[in-house]
Design a protein around this ligand. Sequence first.
Ligand SMILES: [Zn+2]
Length: 263
Amino acid sequence: MTQPPGRLYLLYHELRPTRSDYSYVVETGAFEKQADLLLKLRENGALGLWPEVTFDDGHISNFEFALPALQSRAIKAWFFITVGWTGQRPGYMDWTELRALHQAGQVVGAHGWTHTLLTHCNAKELHHELADARLTLEDKLGTSVTTMSLPGGRYNRRVLTACQEAGYTQIFTSVPKAEPNPTGLTVGRLNIRGDMTLDWISKLFQPGSRLLSGLERQYQRKAAAKSLLGDRLYEKLWAVLNRQEPDTDAGEATAREDTPHHQ
Ligand SMILES: [Zn+2]
């Protein structure tokens, strides 16, 4: 297989066997069809974008549903883990499950310690969210960890510098755009929502498709809205617009991926 120079990284969160109105949930059956599409795109496509898969947050469904679906198709994905939730927060993976994920050949990266927005952290907090998270993952899994994704996608120059100082060489954002191969320090991703159709997703990868640049412009507009409204008000608005379920999140203090600047 010849890999085309451009890549598109997809971002998933939670999978569920049944349909949900919550936009961060993708139905298991839909995910399997999307995984088949990715295989087909990789086989066919010297011209379009090369698809990659990532998961944020460390939800238990990543282990229960995504892992077998990926293993049976020989797809290697990135799983970015909120370290402080591991084995602590109901509905998220524990260390035994994470070890199994790693031993199956999947890549484990960090997604902060508490999932707080890194742009709101002081130097000491950044150290905990970045360095402690990385070292704990390395210690528990017995492997080196050099990739991370930004909670809520939020970042600025100070956060990027802190990420590099903490030992990360690839930082995954939520800016929907194609990436070169090899990637630079930051890697954009497209957040896959439960209401996106297979047909629409396949169009993203077609040679010359303008869908992605439209999404990036939309993303930048949302980023501007966020800076006008401020984080707290924006998060509240986000929860309503995305039909967030009260039990899926700790409240407006917890960053969601598709808030601006990183979703
Ligand atoms: Zn997250």
